[in-house]
Design a protein. Structure first.
Length: 78
């Protein structure tokens, strides 16, 4: 028994599975369209490039991100 490359076997497994799909192809097309809308179109309109507008150097951006990630939250409601 000849042992094939594991990556080739995995690729062929999925390739053959998708090739024989009928209803599944339409479902995958819908999923791909939805992902395109979420990541391409919504990013353009709703997620502005905050770091590039506020900071000029990579070091300032990195410092801001680290500060925001490590800053403890104030949970006291005084």
């Amino acid at each position: 028994m000849k042992k094939e490359n594991i990556f080739k076997r995995i690729f062929l497994f999925y390739y053959e599975g998708f090739k024989s799909m009928t209803v599944g192809r339409r479902l995958w097309i819908i999923i791909i369209i939805k992902l395109f809308i979420m990541f391409a179109i919504l990013k353009i309109f709703f997620f502005k490039d905050f770091l590039n507008t506020k900071f000029e150097s990579e070091e300032e951006k990195a410092d801001y991100v680290i500060e925001q990630l490590t800053k403890p939250k104030n949970i006291n409601n005084d």
